[in-house]
Design a protein around this ligand. Sequence first.
Ligand code: GLN
Ligand code: ZN
Length: 771
Amino acid sequence: MTSTTPAAGRPTVATVYGYPRQGQNRELKKSVEGYWKGRTAADALRDTARELRRTNWRQLADAGITEVPTGDFSYYDHVLDTSVMVGAVPERHRAAVEADPLDGYFAMARGTQDVAPLEMTKWFDTNYHYLVPELGPDTVFTADSTKQVAELTEALRLGHTARPVLVGPVTYLLLAKPAPGVAADFDPLALLDRLLPVYAQVLADLRAAGAEWAQLDEPALVQDRTPAELNATARAYRELGGSTDRPKLLVASYFDRLGEALPVLAKAPVEGLALDFTEAAAGNLDDLAAVGGLPGKRLVAGVVGGRNIWINDYEKSLSTLGTLLGLADRVDVAASCSLLHVPLDATAERDIDPQVRRWLAFARQKTAEVATLARGLARGTDAIAAELAANRADLASRAGSALTHDPAVRARTAAVTDADGRRAQPYARRAAAQRAHLGLPLLPTTTIGSFPQTIELRTARADLRAGRIDTAGYEDRIEAEIREVLAFQEKAGIDVLVHGEPERNDMVQYFAEQLTGYLATQHGWVQSYGTRYVRPPVLAGDISRPDPMTVRWTTYAQSQTSKPVKGMLTGPVTMLAWSFVRDDQPLGDTARQVALALRDEVGDLEAAGTSVIQVDEPALRETLPLRAADHAAYLAWATESFRLTTGGVRPDTQIHTHMCYAEFGDIVAAIEDLDADVISLEAARSHMQVAGELAGAGYPREVGPGVWDIHSPRIPSVAEVTALLRKGLGAIPAERLWVNPDCGLKTRGWPETKASLENLVEAARQVRGET
Ligand code: GLN
Ligand code: ZN
């Protein structure tokens, strides 16, 4: 490679925007949950938090991070922290917050007996969830910089060079929604002029506390934005930049390219921009050159992927950094986004082959990479010769390994043709064949797959893991559970039965554990929301299925009943969406490998006598790229992989799919493209709106819009369900309408499950009588 000329004069800063919050042993989770249960005192919780921040900064500094972030720590969620910072406490939580700020904070996050929490939703296209600010025309913002100032002061006292990180004002408003009771078309961005003085105050407080720089995160600007939104952005930074009583401002973006927002921010009177230069944001480099770079500004270059768990390609990053040196006055090195989205430490993964472990970079490894690249940029590649050599060797080992390149898998994916993803007959003919084959009544009833995951089931799994019971003992328990689930469904009069998924710990993990090419981690926890952490499996290599994964349980269930038992699989898109994915091949290639493995499972289920097979794709919509221009390419591989999974079955085998959300407007065509026979969706809370949307878009197939909102223990009455069904019939003819809950029942208890399903069956009977 060309050796990089050192950046003259000044050492290059190595930094990150945020770090995993929970601690090595999830101390924060334990402490917060202990506080909720009354076992941990508030002071003890605060001490734990302070200690974790101290450890994190120490870890960062030891790894060579020369400017540490502050304010990124959170007891629950950083967007909620921002709501507190600007005084946007919903009316219903005011009293609690005034009585005790900490308890009020948790009340906003989790609700109380009497008061609903803030709504939670996904943070862009990550699997982190934030609490949605609720705003309205009457919202009054007030500055509360306590948390930001306290955390900055802590870091400075410990001797760190520190930079407070805040959610930017434009992103904050764009993430908000109208408060309950406020007109749905209220645009929170209308509050910008009211919000800016509050941000100005917080920035002034931070300066007074010793901040030289402050970072304002504006990831919402990497989405398609209207001219009005871009104007608001320009106005916001003109005003904040115009103040003299403030730290230098670094406006950060990540997850995608800045696009039209780049020239706006480049012109703004702020001192620095942070941009994502990973594959996900391809385009930023060219766009930056096109606007003439950032003369006079600091550029923080996110070259180490903050969301994946793979080692960086140093040569590639150094070449990007070298190009950037010509485009800004000062170039610093960072991870592309907060490291909140990756686990803490790959060296803790003792069960992963050491060779493979060298390909992994979690937060600690990524900070070291950032530091190494900063050194390379400042002092030239000779200064990091040893690291470069090791990096080259690790990348070569990954590229040449049998795990990442399985000739059999490669040959099979290369041989896939369009015909493999096409059912032998068109939908209308299949529907007739299925009707004859299955003999179902009008308005058939079914469920989405899982039944309550009881303590007994979890205990059985733990007993098996710990060796307290053997496989035979475990399987006996699972079979007993399946018999019970079937007996209830038969008694209730459900038409298409399920085995209840008692053997599954998680709908992705269960399959990942059985597929070759997937890795599991022992300690790879990442925050999903609040104190909930998940351990996503890792798509590390080429995917194949050594043995059937579900056939044993589905056929056992079918052997116990004469009614059809529906087979249950997790679809390829969801398998990718809820895992860490490969970065060394296009997502579509990985999806195709997973699809072929699932296709074998579908084939085996069918051969074993399963006539109805459901392939769940709850992640199909949430995985949509952030920018509309990228949607078509995504939907092409996503739908192709679904069709490849299901396209090989007989015409009279019925393929179901399931998705758990109710916003479909933009992907109806893609849903049609899946070529499934039946789709079940969430619809109870939106009063069957989705049924109308699908019908309005001309969706010609069978639909099961959920008639029971399974997110709460509330039991829907027969009258409620019949009302929803009648509404559904207004959009979808009886021959194509199914009756089912919104989603799986694994989080529900048995009492409400039984009562609700009995009501659901009774409602179907009544409405059948009317048609
Ligand atoms: N079949 C799965 C279940 O019932 C579907 C879960 C989901 O859609 N998230 O649990
Ligand atoms: Zn669902």
